[in-house]
Design a protein around this ligand. Sequence first.
Ligand code: FAD
Length: 368
Amino acid sequence: MSTDSVAVIGSGPAGAAACLALGQLARAVLWITPPDTKEARIGESLSPSARPLLAALGLEELFTGPAHRPANALFSCWGSDHLTERSDALRLQGPGLVLDRPAFEAQLRSAALATGLERQETTLESLQAADGHWRLRLGSGQEVSAGFVIDCSGRKAVAGRHFARQHQDDQLLAAYAFLDQQDTDIEPTAATMIEAVADGWWYASLLPQRRSQARRMVVARFSDPDLQPRGLTRDRVAWQALVEDTLYIQRWIDSAGFKAGNSPKLTSAATAWLEPAAGILDGAGWAAAGDAAAAFDPLSSHGLTTALWSGQHAAAAADSFLRGDRAPVADYAHTIAKGVDQFRQERHQVYAREKRFHNQPFWRRKSG
Ligand SMILES: Cc1cc2nc3c(=O)[nH]c(=O)nc-3n(C[C@H](O)[C@H](O)[C@H](O)COP(=O)(O)OP(=O)(O)OC[C@H]3O[C@@H](n4cnc5c(N)ncnc54)[C@H](O)[C@@H]3O)c2cc1C
């Protein structure tokens, strides 16, 4: 790769969006991605604000295609014992989507690959800036160079964490499980439900049904590590007990013909960000995008939209930089920092609306 090319690290939504945007700018790209895994990923609510971002990448048909379902109904128990419904169909932009997440990522990846970029199926091991370009050492043992690096490696921020300060606001941890429908005669409501509880909050969502497969639901509990029962990932009885402690999630799971079943997996859902999210080192430019730049508490359902937006904008900043205009790199870092500030304020307001549990450690920490 030449020094006027861009190395994009990571094949999640941010990496794919960056590659697609660089393709539109006719910029040479080296895409460094670990081999695809078939592991199911959590995170399927796509906000309606993603629609114009996908349209800009030439992918608006993802919003209307059959793989995903419109997010028409959101039920929420937050701030009172009542369950209220918000209809997304009434939003000006129309409803968002509940994604078949593996299908969504595969659609993004194949569109990115169709731009004709060079792909290396490996990891980034280390990188160094010298004399206006980057030397990257890959897991394959190969060394490559690039003029700009976009770090889209998710929460690990494998490149950016070496050049910027990593902040973390909280310890939020998600315990999640995918459930298969047991009673297939039941036609469940295609909905998403959110419920606040004393130790945190839950969501459950009916996933889009794949042809000739059982209906699936994802269920997730968000809490702090010290409020999570020990050994939860091996303890289906403890998991079942937590589910049964909810007012509405358990009832919906049951009435829709699902069972809580297997014990959950854990993943970090903390709010974390890099400061700055882009910069210049020894004359070589870099930017972080997606979760590598700013990973948000999933209560916001902002993560995928931020990944698509920041992938595109980091690509534009990289292209300007390589044409000699350095200002967009600083502008990009500034916009990410502003977005993080705004998100933290909004999140505080949303958590503050739940007053029933104000004496409980989880909610006390959220109001601090
Ligand atoms: C429990 C939970 C629920 C969520 N729910 C939602 C939701 O409903 N809606 C929503 O919008 N967002 C949600 N999110 C957030 C959303 O999933 C993320 O914001 C989104 O995946 C970020 O995309 P990304 O491309 O930045 O990172 P990722 O999707 O994490 O992709 C990172 C990529 O980097 C690669 N990588 C890692 N290390 C290396 C390396 N060394 N070299 C090369 N590649 C590397 C990985 O393999 C991967 O391909 C949720 C998050 C959590 C934790």
